[in-house]
Write a protein that binds this ligand. Structure first.
Ligand SMILES: Cc1cc2nc3c(=O)[nH]c(=O)nc-3n(C[C@H](O)[C@H](O)[C@H](O)COP(=O)(O)OP(=O)(O)OC[C@H]3O[C@@H](n4cnc5c(N)ncnc54)[C@H](O)[C@@H]3O)c2cc1C
Length: 529
């Protein structure tokens, strides 16, 4: 059987773009399919006001190409969505990627042919192509979650989802706006929406923790230093649990005297960003330690928000780090403005959306525009929207009824020749995603090359290897406070989704070591045919 492609890659975000480049370098014939009209993935879709990265720009960059690193100039400590999208387009131009990407085409089905050792992939545009390998680069946060609130279709004004924002932008001037959600996208966008809107009403189910970004222009001396040391930074990223240098303080919060502990938190707060969670090494291991950090942030909310009753309602009650920590610019202070109000819908959920607003707590709230900052069906959502059929016609949906099962977050038993970039069971969303993506792409490309070099046509994870890895992922999660906490990491935001801690929490270095050991042992846990 002659195949159309060596590999089909699904998605043209940072994962799919690098996968295409890497496989091409090895001489493979590749076709990428992408739903959007352009490259960039997350940064193509999430165009809401205030969207920006929470990992510093110089580190939220590809690290595989020294030339790319030298030529690209980031302007701010945390780049905005338009700047990151420009970067993605620059990468596509530099490596001439577009000629192998079919845009505006969604993959709807992928079926494994056991006799031919190949996949047949079908699209919503009627394409039907065959390939030896399929690599999904669908993203962990790419399937927007629209909650099933009764009456959503009754709303007469415009409704916007932060994860699928209109490309022409939205002008909220003189409008009243209702925002549902207080996750990361809400925390970034509410201060910006409030700058334009006549009134903003925020509907909050769970208060969230956020740390100031202290964003600003990049100091040219700092950029020069970073550029001079990029190769070292790449190596170092892979030795850090989160894929970035958060300057982890190895001390325990509870064993540190209070004055010193508060100094550490204050220093991290003043510096800003995700490093706050690295103030002490046991914040996610010990309830008491976690409480000291959580209480520090609650104290800050009380300082910033003038109305004590409002400050109390904005103060999170769950553990800090339950969800990915947010990084903001002026979030808490936004609530001091008279035209911004907060409605709690945690204990009494929204009853229904109405033609002119919504009804909650027995009260009607009216607004012109509705913003759904309601997040994503994380990690598995985009994969399960494709009808993927492995051996015996068995679907991925059937395989994952009790939660996702993978070997290394990269492959699945029963689904030969299929690879998942940042799949469930890999560190992915718990890290700076760029080094995680690069490590996956390089591992997958090497693996495919290895199969070819053996004159083989099939590689498949064994059930035993998969079970052992799933067990290890669960054990690692169980050792932290995160596993028992209600968040999208465990699918808690999606009704009916199995409650399983999906990413691998053991850290990037341990994960990379395991992936490399598997290769050294001759692709241990795999059958190569
Ligand atoms: C608002 C926001 C901010 C973020 N900030 C950070 C940050 O600061 N640091 C960080 O490390 N990570 C961040 N992330 C995570 C971010 O998703 C990753 O950093 C990275 O962009 C993921 O790249 P990707 O290529 O894996 O996936 P994505 O960028 O999600 O790309 C996946 C692509 O697959 C396409 N696709 C999906 N299904 C199909 C299909 N069936 N057929 C065809 N195409 C399909 C989608 O259209 C999309 O373009 C953020 C995520 C969001 C949503």
């Amino acid at each position: 059987m002659s195949l159309d492609f060596d590999a089909v890659v699904i998605g043209a975000g940072f994962g799919g773009m690098y996968m295409l480049h890497r496989l091409r370098l090895k001489g493979f014939k590749v076709r990428v399919f992408e739903t959007g009209k352009g490259v960039g993935g997350t940064w193509y879709w999430n165009r809401y006001p205030g969207a920006r990265c929470d990992v510093e720009s110089v580190q939220y960059s590809y690290q595989f190409s020294p030339e790319l690193q030298q030529e690209w100039e980031w302007t701010e400590r945390y780049a905005t969505q338009p700047e990151i999208l420009r970067y993605a387009n620059h990468v596509a131009d530099r490596f001439d990627l577009r000629r192998d990407i079919k845009f505006e085409t969604r993959i709807t089905r992928a079926t494994f042919d056991e006799a031919a050792h190949a996949w047949t992939v079908e699209t919503d545009k009627g394409d039907r192509v065959t390939a030896r390998f399929v690599v999904t680069a669908l993203g962990c946060l790419s399937s927007p979650n629209t909650p099933k609130i009764p009456g959503l279709a009754d709303f007469k004004g415009p409704t916007y989802h932060t994860g699928n924002w209109p490309h022409e932008g939205v002008d909220f001037t003189a409008k009243t706006v209702g925002v549902i959600g207080t996750g990361s996208s809400a925390i970034q966008s509410i201060p910006m929406i409030a700058k334009q809107a006549r009134h903003v009403t925020v509907f909050q189910r769970t208060a969230n923790y956020t740390i100031p970004a202290h964003n600003g222009p990049l100091d040219p001396d700092y950029v020069r230093e970073v550029k001079a040391n990029y190769p070292a930074m790449r190596k170092r990223a892979k030795t850090m649990p989160a894929g970035i240098d958060l300057r982890v303080n190895m001390a325990s919060a509870v064993e540190t005297p209070e004055a010193e502990r508060l100094r550490e938190y204050q220093g991290r707060w003043d510096y800003g960003g995700l490093g706050f969670m690295a103030s002490f090494s046991d914040l996610l291991l010990n309830d008491e330690s976690n409480r000291t950090a959580a209480e520090f942030v609650r104290g800050k909310i009380r300082e910033i928000v003038k109305d004590p009753e409002l400050a109390a309602r904005l103060s999170p009650r769950n553990i800090i780090g339950c969800k990915r920590l947010c990084v903001d610019t002026g979030y808490w202070a936004t609530y001091n403005q008279p035209h911004v109000s907060l409605v709690d819908v945690g204990d009494t959920p929204i009853e229904r959306i109405t033609a002119g607003g919504l009804r909650a707590n027995g009260k009607d709230y009216r607004f012109d525009c509705l913003v759904l900052a309601t997040g994503f069906d994380a990690m598995t959502g985009a994969l399960l929207r494709i009808d993927i059929r492995g051996r015996g016609g068995r679907s991925l949906q059937e395989k994952w009824t009790e939660g996702p099962k993978t070997y290394l977050g990269l492959t699945m038993a029963g689904f030969p020749n299929l690879f998942t970039i940042t799949g469930p069971g890999s560190p992915s969303v718990l890290t700076n995603m760029l080094p995680s993506i690069e490590q996956h792409v390089e591992w997958i490309a090497d693996c495919i090359e290895h199969v070819r070099s053996r004159g083989a046509t099939l590689i498949e994870a064994s059930r035993d290897a998969e079970e052992a890895w799933v067990g290890h992922v669960g054990e690692a999660a169980g050792a932290t406070l995160r596993s028992s906490c209600s968040s999208w990491y465990v699918g808690a935001n999606i009704p009916g989704k199995p409650r399983v801690f999906m990413p691998y929490i053991g850290g990037l270095p341990a994960y990379i070591e395991r992936c490399e050991a598997v290769v050294k042992a001759g692709y241990e846990g795999f059958a190569i045919v």
